[in-house]
Design a protein around this ligand. Sequence first.
Ligand code: 5GP
Length: 135
Amino acid sequence: MASIFTKIIQQEIPCEKIYETESEIAFLDISPWSYGHTLVVPKHEVAKLEELSVEEATALMTSLQTVARAISNAYDGADYKVLLNNGENAGQEVPHVHFHVIPCPKGFFFNSRNRYNYAEGEMAQTGEKIRSFLK
Ligand code: 5GP
């Protein structure tokens, strides 16, 4: 069965898209650890990083860097975490490899139990803000 991220890639499920190439997509996490928390996902559905070819992994890293730079710039040069839960025992819930990019503005304290909710319209505004730094 297709992963939830493949359904997003195939536009069966909506997302707030940040960036897309032939081989990757990046979109806002629906249940963010901080505002702007984004997932960078290869379109080839595999569970783990090592299952990607070298070419796919390289392209993924390039997209990750592009998206991370835009996120940082959108939050005034904020620091950020890059996180990959590689396998169930590492906390992976969606078995489709993905990097989390989590903005950490000054004073932000990361707590994996703290998930935020976007207010009505806020997800779209956040997406627009980050996308404007990709142009
Ligand atoms: P994992 O635990 O697999 O590393 O992270 C999965 C992430 O996917 C979680 O942070 C979760 O909030 C996010 N997520 C799960 N389902 C959806 C969805 O339907 N849309 C979006 N945008 N994010 C999702």
